[in-house]
Design a protein around this ligand. Structure first.
Ligand SMILES: Nc1ncnc2c1ncn2[C@@H]1O[C@H](COP(=O)(O)OP(=O)(O)OP(=O)(O)O)[C@@H](O)[C@H]1O
Ligand SMILES: [Mg+2]
Length: 414
């Protein structure tokens, strides 16, 4: 094969390049035109659907006119189709962004999406973002991280807008976690405990009738002797809780002057009292000996009502946080940080108040690991808890990082 470089051939090639350039530009313009046309059509469709959806959910005002009644809905501004579908909306007179948030799911479904996110823009305008699918549908792994102090925050989960929510055990809050079978309560607790198990000023004790959260995985650690598992010896659960309450009393009695709370230290570590499936422990104790159940109930009531000042934090897990299942309404009121994995609507309202009622129907079918969280000064927020991937991974991390007896001096003994 040979190459031909004569001037005539070069001219033909040059002309071909020019005509290809022209064609390319025409093609570009045409596709730009198509894109603008598609954008305009989508904008018109959404404008119509938005109006219908707002009218359908009652997010509208009826204005009497001489000619009849006019329906006014929050005005659709302009579509921004990249990245994702978002459009601007002018609030109704007297309206607030919350009015749209309150109907977000139904509006989104009419628009063909999963949900809406509302962000304030300037003045009376907000940006409405159409979420095509649940931003929490993917699980996410928990990096192998451990805290070195009780006042370091631990990761609780990730919210719909990708924010990581964290909490320091040293903050004065007991934790309540509820959820039906398989909703993710234990997996959440595995994640939490792996993060704090190495801190020299944290001690993880408690009662676990299942023997999976506490117990064997902790065998070589400092924490193990403050843990009781199984249902064979229920009196041992009551005895451990009594020991913990006695230590709480000692700390309260020994409180230095001009101080009203114990700051966690290596000598007086923050004691995280884990009560896995607490209603199950109470039921088992009741079936055996009513007095034993009463003893457990009253000790736990003391730990939750007086423990915060003495650097005690209770993490209670239950399928439902019904008052009589968790030691009474007063005991339940002591939990400031509340997490609900998949639960029936009534249980959600029970722990998070009336505002949560509208979320009930959807959350009753939530995937494992998805929860609502409420905390003082924090609005109710939906999150996905991080996931270790397997129970074996939990055991490995506790074995690897769990604080060993010789790593710190223990200031007190059972
Ligand atoms: N955050 C998560 N991300 C992904 N999958 C999860 C998550 N949490 C839990 N799961 C899945 O759900 C399963 C059940 O979770 P888990 O054992 O924590 O439920 P539970 O609420 O403790 O149930 P039970 O009341 O039966 O003890 C896990 O084995 C895992 O497959
Ligand atoms: Mg469990």
């Amino acid at each position: 094969m040979t190459a031909d470089h004569s001037p005539a051939t070069r001219t033909i090639r040059h002309d071909q390049r020019r005509s290809r350039g022209l064609l390319g530009r025409l093609r570009d313009r045409w596709s730009e035109h198509r894109r603008l046309e598609d954008h305009r059509r989508l904008e018109e469709d959404l404008r119509g659907l938005w109006r219908e959806a707002c009218t359908g959910v009652g997010l509208c005002q009826y204005i009497p006119m001489p000619t009849g009644v006019t329906i006014r809905t929050p005005r659709f501004g302009a579509l921004r189709s990249r990245p994702g579908v978002a459009f601007s909306v002018e609030l109704l007179p007297g309206g607030e962004p919350d009015d749209i948030t309150a109907h977000a799911d139904r509006l989104a479904h009419t628009l063909g999406g999963h949900g809406l996110r509302i962000e304030p823009l300037a003045g009376r305008w907000v940006r409405v973002m159409l979420l095509r699918h649940d931003p929490l549908r993917e699980s996410f792994p928990l990096a192998a991280m451990t805290t070195s102090r009780a006042d370091e925050p631990v990761l609780l989960g990730r919210t719909e807008d990708g924010t990581s929510l964290a909490h320091a055990l040293a903050d004065a809050a007991h934790l309540a976690v509820q959820g039906q079978n398989g909703a993710g309560k234990s997996a959440f607790t595995y994640g939490l405990l792996t993060q704090v198990c190495a801190a020299p000023d944290v001690l993880i004790g408690g009662s676990d009738i299942t023997g999976l959260v506490l117990g064997r995985a902790w065998d070589d650690t400092t924490h193990r002797k403050w843990q009781v598992t199984g249902t064979k010896d229920l009196a041992a659960h009551a005895a451990l809780l009594d020991t913990l309450a006695a230590e709480m009393d000692r700390r309260l009695d020994a409180m230095p002057p001009r101080q009203d709370k114990v700051r966690p230290t290596v000598q007086n570590p923050l004691v995280l009292v884990v009560l896995e499936e607490f209603p199950g422990l109470l039921r088992a104790a009741q079936a055996k000996d009513k007095k034993l159940a009463e003893r457990i109930t009253s000790t736990v009531l003391r730990l939750v009502s007086e423990g915060r000042k003495a650097a005690f934090r209770v993490l209670m897990l239950a399928q439902r946080f019904e008052a009589n299942a968790v030691g009474g309404g007063y005991a339940r009121d002591q939990f400031a940080l509340r997490l609900s994995f998949r639960v029936p609507g009534e249980s959600l309202v029970m722990l998070h108040g009336e505002d949560a009622r509208k979320l009930g129907p959807t959350h009753a079918n939530a995937d494992p690991g998805i929860a609502y969280l409420s905390a003082p000064g924090h609005e109710l927020v939906r999150l996905r808890a991080p996931y270790l991937g397997s129970y074996g991974e939990y055991c490995d991390r506790i074995t690897r990082h769990g604080r060993r007896p010789d790593q710190t001096a223990e200031g007190w003994a059972a």
